[in-house]
Design a protein around this ligand. Structure first.
Ligand SMILES: Nc1ncnc2c1ncn2[C@@H]1O[C@H](COP(=O)(O)OP(=O)(O)OP(=O)(O)O)[C@@H](O)[C@H]1O
Ligand SMILES: [Mg+2]
Length: 239
């Protein structure tokens, strides 16, 4: 039987047959500040701690110090005895951007191949089973994709072959129902949406919704989403 990975969200795991099927590619989508990065790190860390899974988090935008400061405040600055690995490619990105302006513009190809090779090497060396790429729009930007729709399609195919369970963080805009650009919504195995909903003129609420999860009988209801000292929890919305 295929294994699943629990999100470790109290009140939600039991409404999605225990979690995310292995080797799924899941979009973690939301508007800015909806705790996408926090939930992605939390998911990896919980599985690294409790299931002894090896995990790799690639941050392409927010630098390590900034992210660790945030995680520390939430009590999530842990490496689960080295099983939880954070790689900061945000600095590399700046270097690559500088490099690209001089050389790679003509061909239009920034080094996505090197990035993929680097990940394959890490997979062999570390043997990680869970991966987060934070974020997909930055991958697109970083590697100057000429035809993002086609390039991202191939990137998805390549990720599938890598054989890991992946969370791709995507940005939503307030006024669009799309979870990502370039029709990626249809390629992903799963979509989890995080949002801040205005409940009344004076009250807003964080919410989480499993929009899609192939192969899983799950609720599509949105839930109030909270971080507590015991971790994330999903609560029935009371209007
Ligand atoms: N101690 C805390 N407890 C609960 N929530 C917090 C705490 N500290 C910060 N936050 C919330 O977490 C949010 C940032 O979380 P995170 O970086 O995971 O969001 P994000 O969706 O990844 O943001 P971005 O769009 O900038 O990448 C802040 O906007 C803030 O509302
Ligand atoms: Mg983030």
């Amino acid at each position: 039987m295929n294994r699943t990975y629990k999100l470790n969200i109290n009140g939600l795991d039991d409404k999605m047959e225990g979690g995310i099927p292995e080797k799924h590619i899941v979009l973690l989508a939301g508007t800015p500040g909806t705790m996408k990065s926090t939930l992605a790190y939390y998911f990896l860390l919980a599985n690294a701690r409790e299931e002894e899974v090896k995990a790799l988090y690639l941050t392409l935008e927010q630098d390590r110090d900034n992210f660790m400061y945030h995680l520390k405040k939430l009590g999530l600055d842990d490496t689960a005895e080295g099983r939880m690995n954070l790689y900061d490619l945000s600095t590399t990105r700046e270097e690559w951007m500088k490099f690209s302006q001089g050389a790679a513009d003509e061909s239009g190809t920034m080094d996505l191949e090197t990035f993929k090779r680097q990940l394959e090497t890490l997979k062999t060396a570390m043997g990680f089973d869970l991966l987060v790429i934070d974020s997909l729009p930055v991958v697109e930007l970083m590697f100057k994709m000429k035809d993002p729709r086609e390039d991202l399609f191939h990137f998805f195919k390549w990720l599938k072959q890598l054989g890991v369970t992946t969370f791709l963080i995507t940005e939503m805009t307030q006024d669009s129902p799309k979870f990502s650009k370039h029709d990626i919504d249809f390629l992903a195995d799963g979509i989890i949406k995080l949002s801040v909903v205005q409940m009344s003129p004076t009250k807003s609420q964080r919410q989480i919704q499993v929009v899609k999860m192939r192969g899983v009988h799950h609720t599509t209801d949105p839930f109030e989403f909270r971080y507590t000292p015991d971790g994330f929890e999903a609560l029935k919305i009371i209007i």
